[in-house]
Structure formats: structure tokens, C-alpha cells
Design a protein around this ligand. Structure first.
Ligand code: APR
Length: 254
């Protein structure tokens, strides 16, 4: 695998690296991206139809069943070589992860202090009093299209997924941390995102304006491509290990 010279040079020169990831980062783990069609029971629905406050208000059991299906799917997959390469890189240099993904694959590969812009499938809270829900969440063995969400032990409200829905604000602390990280970075690697959903999609431009080198890793052209200094048309699980393998000897000598 040939690593683009400009990407390798930027990575060797960088003292502070931020890897901004989207659904494509988890694609080679078997987690479908958002722009792929939904699979199975959910194939006739788009995320935009399910991940919204309106869908939840209309039929919470339907939305809850979809999240249980995704939560169960992620529990059965493993981090891929791309996740592992990012964690290895962070052991050799100052590398932080900012992700739009709600799976825990970066953490399971060893990345720490991952900034989750859109929340996490593994966190739940009361839709009424906002109290975090630490109770059990039972994933049905078979695909069902309606499951009543748990009730909040504190106020009796419905427990909802701890993810950001379309039309909702991002967690302010996560957003502010993400902006601070990319503004301070020398290199921002943008991996596996279509760059469609804002404000996360604006981070590469924030990084570029702040003087960082921006490298995109994505097999396809995206809304990020014009902002990137280097466009690497490759998959995450192929590109990232090749990059870190090329960097490791120099980083280990530092
Ligand atoms: N390696 C790298 N990139 C890949 C791979 C891969 N193996 N496979 C697909 N991709 C790219 C696609 O080309 C696409 O550009 O990943 C991107 C996935 O784009 P989306 O499905 O739009 O996912 P994402 O950009 O993360 O969506 C952003 O939208 O639905 C909301 O909240 C949800 O966080 C999500 C947000």
C-alpha cells in the first residue's frame, strides 16, 4: 500500500494530530454507513426517519426497537485494523479521536478520551428528566419493530438513546472540545465521513483555517474533499495501518 508522500510528510511533521471519523471508519467492521441502505427490518427506513425527536414522540417503541437493533449489531462486531492503527498511533504520538460515530469501536481498539459528537449507543437517559439511565437494556433475540423503552426509575419518564437526533444540538462540551482540538492540531485526518451533517462537517474547514494540514481518507469524493490538502482515495482499514506502519519507526525514535 503506497502512502501518499504529502500525507506521510504531514504526519511526520505533526506534533498534534486529530483524527475525525464518520461511519466509514466502522464500515469494515461490518457496521453499515448511514448512506448505505438500512438492512433487514429497517431497510425501508432512512436514519433521517428514525433518528428524530418527532419519530420518538410519534412512536417511542418503534424508535427504541431500531436503536436496540443497532446496539445489538455493534455488540457483535469488532474494531477493524483502522481503529487499531489509530490507537497504536496514539501510543506513539499526540493523537486524539473526534468521532461522529455512536459505536464504541475506537474505545474497544484502545483509543482513550474519544470525543463523541453525536453521543453513544451505549448511553441512555430519561427523555423527561434527563437523568442518566444505568439500568439494564435487553436486546431482543429476534428483529422486532416495537419494544417499549424502559421507564426512568426517578420520574417514570421514558428512557431514550443517548445519541444526538437530527434537529437536536450536539453536547456543548463535546463540540467545544472538538473545535479546540482541531484548532490546535497540526494535522487533521478526516476518515470515513460524507461531510454532509453539520456542524461536525464543518470541522475540517475550521482546522484548515487554523493552519492544520487536512488529509481525507475516503474511497469516494465527499463534501470534505475540496477542503482537504490531500485526498487519499482509500478505505480506513487499508490506509490507516499503512500510514502508521510508515510512521512508527520515526516516532519510536523520538
Ligand atoms: N473507509 C473509509 N470511508 C468509507 C468506507 C471505508 N471502508 N466505506 C464508506 N466510506 C465513506 C463513504 O464514502 C461516505 O463518504 O464513509 C462515508 C459515510 O458517510 P455517511 O454514511 O454519511 O456517514 P457520516 O458522514 O458519518 O454521517 C454523519 O449523519 O446520519 C447522521 O448522525 C449520523 O453521525 C452520522 C452523520
Amino acid at each position: 500500500m503506497r502512502v501518499p508522500e504529502a500525507a506521510l510528510e504531514a504526519a511526520l511533521d505533526a506534533r498534534r494530530v486529530v483524527v475525525v471519523t464518520g461511519a466509514g471508519m466502522s464500515a469494515e467492521s461490518g457496521v453499515p454507513t448511514f448512506r448505505d441502505a438500512q438492512t433487514g427490518l429497517w431497510e425501508r427506513y432512512a436514519a433521517e426517519d428514525l433518528a428524530t425527536p418527532e419519530a420518538w414522540d410519534r412512536d417511542p417503541a418503534f424508535v427504541w426497537a431500531w436503536y436496540l437493533s443497532r446496539f445489538g449489531a455493534v455488540a457483535h462486531v469488532e474494531p477493524n485494523a483502522g481503529h487499531r492503527a489509530v490507537a497504536r498511533w496514539a501510543a506513539l504520538a499526540d493523537v486524539r479521536v473526534v468521532t461522529q460515530n455512536v459505536d464504541d469501536l475506537h474505545e474497544r481498539a484502545g483509543s482513550r478520551d474519544v470525543v463523541h459528537l453525536h453521543g453513544s449507543l451505549a448511553s441512555f437517559r430519561c427523555a423527561r428528566c434527563e437523568t442518566a439511565y444505568a439500568g439494564t437494556v435487553d436486546v431482543p433475540d429476534t428483529e422486532v419493530d416495537r419494544v417499549d423503552p424502559p421507564t426512568c426509575p426517578r420520574c417514570g419518564g421514558r428512557v431514550r438513546p443517548g445519541v444526538v437526533w437530527f434537529g437536536e444540538l450536539l453536547p456543548l462540551d463535546a463540540w467545544e472540545q472538538a473545535v479546540a482540538l482541531v484548532e490546535a492540531a497540526d494535522l487533521v485526518l478526516v476518515v470515513g465521513t460524507s461531510g454532509i451533517v453539520h456542524p461536525a462537517a464543518g470541522l475540517p474547514a475550521v482546522a484548515r483555517r487554523a493552519g492544520a494540514a487536512v488529509v481525507e481518507v475516503n474511497p469516494l469524493e465527499t463534501d470534505v474533499s475540496d477542503v482537504a490538502h490531500v485526498v487519499w482515495r482509500e478505505s480506513a482499514a487499508m490506509a490507516l495501518p499503512a500510514l502508521v506502519d510508515s510512521l512508527a519507526p520515526a516516532l519510536e525514535r523520538r
